[in-house]
Structure formats: structure tokens, C-alpha cells
Design a protein. Structure first.
Length: 50
């Protein structure tokens, strides 16, 4: 029973996360923020690679 409940809640969480990511992707005000964070993350990754 616990396994079934865990699987159920994982599916619900996954669906909610997908919906939130789609909503963020469609938000025109959020797009510049995503681009800025992508730049920061890329700079950090590149800094560790050197």
C-alpha cells in the first residue's frame, strides 16, 4: 500500500512540476530572468572548468 501511495504522489508531483515549468516558459516577463540565470550558471560552470 505504501508503495502505491508513494507512486501516486510522485506522479502528482511530476505533473505539477511540468505544469509549473510550462507556465514559466510561457511567461514573457520571466524569460529575461531565465536568460540571466542561464548566463550566471554558464559562467560558474566555465569557471570550474578552467
Amino acid at each position: 500500500m505504501n508503495v502505491l501511495l508513494t507512486q501516486h504522489w510522485c506522479r502528482i508531483l511530476e505533473a505539477e512540476m511540468i505544469a509549473a515549468l510550462k507556465q514559466d516558459g510561457e511567461d514573457s516577463e520571466y524569460q529575461p530572468k531565465i536568460a540571466a540565470w542561464d548566463s550566471v550558471a554558464r559562467d560558474a560552470i566555465n569557471g570550474f572548468m578552467v
